[in-house]
Design a protein around this ligand. Sequence first.
Ligand code: UDP
Length: 332
Amino acid sequence: MVGRDVRILVTGGAGFIGSHLCDALLAAGHEVWAADNFASGRAANVAHLGGQPRFRLIEADVTRPLPPELPPVERIYHLASPASPNAQSPRSYLQLPLATADVNTIGTRLLLERAREDGARLLFASTSEVYGDPAIHPQPEDYRGNVSPTGPRAVYDEAKRFGETLVAAYWREFGLDGRIVRLFNTYGERMDPEDGRVIVNFAMQALRGEPLTIYGDGTQTRSFCYVGDTVRGIVAAMEAPDGAGEVFNLGNPDERTIADFAATVQRACGTALPTRYEPLPTDDPTRRCPDISKARRLLDWAPRVGLEEGLRRTIPYFRAELARLTPAHAAP
Ligand code: UDP
């Protein structure tokens, strides 16, 4: 964490990870401006920060110039983007394809310009999706990936890849201090309970007493990182003394099959419900697991919260969300 008090912009600050990042930065004594257009972020995620004098939430679309009331900043964390691949959610990148492409390309470009003007450092939240359906396992940062440029996921995968290209180009051309983190699957409190991601679906289904929907045969793998660990890694990447121009994987290398994950969520919820098999979405990656040796070495970072412990912390949140949503669902 930077040792003095600075002004920081967090784009996507009302999102799941962004709101936790705002909490961490405020707790460290910084002034935080969260920008969000609420395409997938939720005001409820930062409602608890309303009374904080060092916190400001601005409704802004970062593909356009930022509002003039935003004073110069020293750090820009660019997290704004839809991130769920589940076509059934209106907030997924499959339902917001061009907005997703724009925020990660045009938005990144404008924020890099803003960083130049302000003399700020910028961190771009990229994704494990840049590796696509990986041919190398686990994935180190120097693996170049296996991504379809025209498939349905490309608006996210390719836009994140081009966002990375822009950060690298600003570093080379202007010496602008940009850093890239590739976030692997992250879970925890404040996930949108309707965004269709696997942990959300399994937890909500288990708590409703419904069958768990496994897409494909459940042998595909993911590695799930608790949000507190992810946020600690993001800040470490931003503040690493030798981090300019670097790329870091951030994720938990504890790889699980989706079938195993369904059973683990059921244990955390105390249920024994049946599973229902549904078709695997197009271009769904077969396996995914981060190689985090670089983050361990340069950031002294590794996840601390295991999956069972993380679920123990997160399930009460989903229970509360279910109680909040149930009357609405019961309405005609
Ligand atoms: N998945 C599933 N059931 C669901 C939702 C997702 O089996 O109800 C699978 C999905 O096909 C993928 C994995 O779980 O293989 C993780 O999906 P998620 O949407 O969380 O994110 P992704 O890692 O694909 O970006």
